[in-house]
Design a protein around this ligand. Structure first.
Ligand code: ATP
Length: 264
């Protein structure tokens, strides 16, 4: 292990990401430097198009920065081959997306154990039972996704992310498709994973209430870091988002009061 990195699960240094060519080039990320401590839960917020998903994709090794470095545990991602990256993602990273990405023909149990079986590992019966219990799906293990509610499907996706005991879980709008109550269950589950199991959670969200479950919120604006909040509350997050102009077209109540012209 890199001795200088013992407290960090992920470290980004001067990460830049450009899309497109010359005259229609988009700067999605500009000089982003930050770290994600082991066992911490971070929410990433910012206006639409500010680079949140790009940051998540680069940090998870799903996309390559144009320049800069991403260290995930002791691995410099740009130095890994595609095969090594695939193995790292499979063994050390869990993903949860808004769209669940479950396979409709498989049962809950088969969906949850799929990552292990793809990796040629035999699922441990007790562990599978424990995780299904933890996400409240013990009674549903033989059902197919179409027989479950949206919240239950998202819990299957979380169980699937947890099954290989990943060091890091990346979640992109994991509660975007869920009602408020179900969303809170899911967020509680993610928070529990960081507190009880020491997993590092990085979650993109638009929702200040969802972000308030995290230990820290990172704000992005125009591809740059625009501050962070520790021990966030829904109110403090909403206030910061309003100042970043994120809610600008949602009506007069959410307009900044004190600032003119969007200045911060
Ligand atoms: N594959 C791509 N090709 C070209 N431009 C892209 C691509 N992916 C993202 N972008 C651009 O990069 C910028 C950042 O996009 P990104 O999806 O990371 O933002 P975001 O903050 O996640 O947005 P949202 O909240 O709307 O999902 C945007 O201007 C977007 O149009």
């Amino acid at each position: 292990m890199n001795p200088g990195n013992s407290g960090d699960a992920i470290r980004l240094t001067a990460v830049r990401k450009l899309y497109g060519k010359r005259d229609n080039q988009v700067v999605a990320l500009e000089e982003v430097t930050t770290r994600f401590g082991r066992g911490t839960f971070t929410a990433i917020m910012g206006p639409s198009g500010s680079g949140k998903s790009t940051l998540l994709q680069c940090a998870a090794g799903l996309d390559q920065p144009t320049s800069g470095s991403v260290l995930l545990e002791e691995h410099e991602l740009s130095e890994l081959s595609e095969t090594e990256l695939t193995k790292l993602r499979r063994d050390r990273i869990g993903f949860v997306f808004q769209s669940f990405n479950l396979l409709p023909v498989l049962t809950v149990r088969q969906n949850v154990t799929l990552p292990l079986r793809l990796a040629g590992r035999k699922p441990d019966r007790d562990r599978v039972a424990r995780i299904l219990e933890q996400v409240g799906l013990a009674q549903r293990s033989n059902h197919r996704p179409a027989e479950l509610s949206g919240g239950q499907q998202q819990r299957v996706a979380i169980a699937r992310a947890l099954i290989s005991d990943p060091a890091v879980i990346f979640a992109d709008e994991p509660t975007g498709a869920l009602d408020t109550r179900t969303a809170r269950d899911i967020l509680g589950l993610l928070r529990h994973s960081s507190r009880a199991a020491g997993q590092t959670i990085v979650m993109v969200t638009h929702d200040p209430v969802a972000a308030s479950y995290a230990d820290r919120v990172l704000f992005l604006a125009d591809g740059r870091l625009a501050g962070e909040l520790h021990s966030p509350t829904a109110e403090s997050v909403a206030d910061r988002m309003t100042r970043l102009g994120a809610f600008a077209d949602e009506g007069p109540r959410s307009q900044p009061v004190a600032n003119r012209g969007g200045q911060r």
